[in-house]
Each structure stands twice: as C-alpha cells, then as structure tokens.
Design a protein around this ligand. Structure first.
Ligand code: FES
Length: 370
C-alpha cells in the first residue's frame, strides 16, 4: 500500500494533535502515549475538525478525541466511538521514516456512521409540517417568570390567555399555550461562534439532550403554528430574560437561511403583548418585530399591544387590577387577534417556496464584488 509523507515528527511533539492536508485529504494526527495515530479529520456528525478537538480519557482507560463542535468522541487508535455507540471514524496506518510521519494512502478501516432509526427528532429533521392550508393553529408563548409555588397574577400572560380564548371562540382556531418558565433547557452554547456549520437544525443541544425543553418550542413554532402571539413583561426596559433565552436558541432556525438559504418559517404571522409597570413598550416591540421577521414571520398592521402605567407607577399592587378594568385592554386584545388571523388566512395561500431572503449569506461573507 502506498504511503503519503505528511510532516516531520518534530512538528507533532508528544501530547499534541493537529490536522494536516495531503494528497487531497485532511488527516487528523495525534501523538499520545508514545504513538502517532491518524484519523479522518471530519467528524461523522456534521464535519467538525477533529484536529482541533479535545483529548479525553474515558472510563475504559483509553484516550479519545472529542469533536470541538458538539462533542462526539472517537478512540485515537481505533476510531471507534465509546461503548454503546457503533459509529467509527476512518483510521489510517502510520509509519515514521527518517523523522517523517507517513500515512497510508487508503484508510485501514473505513468510516462507519451508524443509522439511528428511532431518531426522536425525525419530524424536525424532515420538516413534517402540521400546519396545513386549512389549519388555523395559534400558539401563545408566555415568557414571564414566576415561582410556581407562589403564583401571582400576570398582566402579559392573562392577556395572552384572553387572546387565545378569543381566537378559539371567534375564529374556531386551535390554540396552544407554552409557558417558557415550565420548560427546562440549556442556554444557547454558541456553537455558531466556533463555526457557522456547527449551528445545526435540529439544534445540536436538542440532539444531545433528549429532555431538552426547547424541542417543544421548535415543534410548536416551526411545525404546528400558523400564528404566534408572544407575551412578555418589560424588565429593565427590555423583553424578559426568558424570552432572550428562548430567542438565542432559535438561532438554529435563522441560521438555516444564512447557511442553506432555507426558510423554515413560511406562511406564518406573529403579534405581541408587552406589559410592564414602567415604560419602553415601543423599544421592546422593535426588538420583537425585528427578530420575528428575521425568522421569516409576517407581521400584521398594529401587531402589538402595550401596557405601561409610566415611570412613577411604583404601586405595583394596583397594576393587575387596573389592567383588567381597562377598556383599552379588552378591545385591543380582540383587535390584535383579528388583525393577526385575517392576515394569516391571506398569506396561507401564498406560494412561499420562492421567498426571497435579503439577509447576509455565508456564501457572501467578506465578499467585495458582485
Ligand atoms: S460535528 Fe462533530 S460532534 Fe457535531
């Protein structure tokens, strides 16, 4: 079998590893425990560079490289995934001749990626939409936080429930409420910042963590909903921290446009309920509007209602009572829903398959000319 010279051994000291290009391929070289070993550099998950991975010793006493993108692990000598997994990375034979590292032209062992027929995220991966031409599915997302053992009245969430009830009674809509505080999920871990392709659909955190609460949001928002009404309190002039925690995890939706020019959110509209003891309703609405249109949502006219009693309204115990005695609130909730659903019924019949996306694309990053 022919061998390809790669680099001098002196360029790969003990306890180091790196990826080297040669003969049209990229090989991840490892120098640990007195031996040089070689694996194909591209992780079998999404192609992360194993030459930039982390070396870990597992319970079997063997050394593994953990992919820097999402942590898939491969034995440095055998290329095998840890016990319980069948995946196996391609392994090359290594020779040291005259101080040079050479690897076999062909792998000693081909890569093998195990099938996972019971993929719990298959519906997300395949985009099995539940919204149809005739459905009218309204998703309410409440982003206020509270102690479940000491519940308190919430202006934003009660208005959201009123909106869903009105959508059901007046328009015959199917409705669903998600309270973000009831979901357990990790913060976005910023894989995008390592490599744009490392931010995947479905989200790699959902793939890694079967109990990830964001899976319910992805299913409901992307696959099920025709319309979304998001309710948030105003916290220090902004939407709630739970909203931002959720929004960061929705990078996986927006990133599909950047990377693959693929719009997951089609023929859907969004509206907002923004309430707070103090001001900045319009500032919060600006952020929500921008974010949701970046995801692909359409916005109806007058797509948010706000409530704020102003800068000196520190008598918060009166806030809820005044909110619900207010004629403006009762009227505006109904009008918000009406505008939203009238728009949805129009846009559901549009062909969104040729939607233009005037957003930055990865293929244009750093481009200087047309
Ligand atoms: S690309 Fe390697 S673990 Fe995801």
């Amino acid at each position: 079998m022919p061998y390809i010279p790669l680099i001098p051994l002196s360029e790969l000291p003990e306890n180091t590893h790196k990826t080297v290009k040669a003969g049209g391929r990229s090989i991840a070289l490892f120098h640990y425990e007195g031996a040089v070993t070689a694996l194909d550099h591209a992780c079998l998950h999404k192609g992360g560079d194993l030459g930039q991975g982390f070396i870990q010793t597992l319970d079997d006493g063997e050394k593994y490289v953990a992919c820097p993108w999402h942590g898939w692990q491969y034995n440095l000598k055998t290329g095998k995934a840890p016990f319980g997994y069948l995946d196996r990375q391609a392994v090359y034979d290594v020779r040291i001749e005259n101080g040079m590292i050479l690897v076999s032209d062909e792998p000693l062992q081909q890569a093998f990626r195990a099938e996972h027929p019971d993929d719990p995220l298959a519906d997300l991966r395949n985009l099995d939409y539940l919204a149809t031409r005739t459905s009218l599915n309204v998703l309410g997302i409440s982003t206020t936080n509270m102690n479940p053992d000491l519940p308190r009245p919430s202006t934003s969430e009660t208005a959201l429930q009123s909106a869903l009830d009105f959508a059901a009674s007046e328009f015959g809509a199917a409705t669903k409420m998600i309270r973000i505080r009831d979901l357990k999920f990790r913060h976005c871990e910023g894989y995008y910042s390592r490599h744009e392709e490392a931010c995947t659909w479905p989200c790699s955190i959902a793939e890694m963590d079967p109990s990830d609460g964001m899976t319910e949001v992805y299913r409901s928002l992307v696959l099920w909903a025709d319309a979304v009404i998001l309710a948030t309190p105003i916290r220090w002039g902004n939407a709630s921290s739970l909203y931002y925690k959720m929004a960061e995890r929705l990078n996986t939706v927006q990133n599909q446009i950047t990377i693959h020019d693929k719009v997951l959110i089609q023929n859907k509209a969004a509206a907002f309920i923004i309430t707070g003891g103090q001001d900045n309703v319009q500032g919060v609405a600006g952020q929500l509007n921008t974010f949701f249109t970046d995801l692909g949502f359409t916005l109806p006219p007058f797509n948010f209602i706000g409530w704020s009693r102003g800068w000196i309204a520190e008598d918060t115990e009166n806030n809820y009572t005044r909110f619900f005695r207010n004629r403006y609130v009762k009227r505006s909730v109904k009008e918000l829903v009406t505008n939203l659903l009238m728009l949805v019924m129009q846009i559901k019949h549009m062909d969104a398959s040729h939607l233009q996306t005037p957003k930055p694309k990865i293929s244009e990053a750093g481009s200087l000319t047309e």
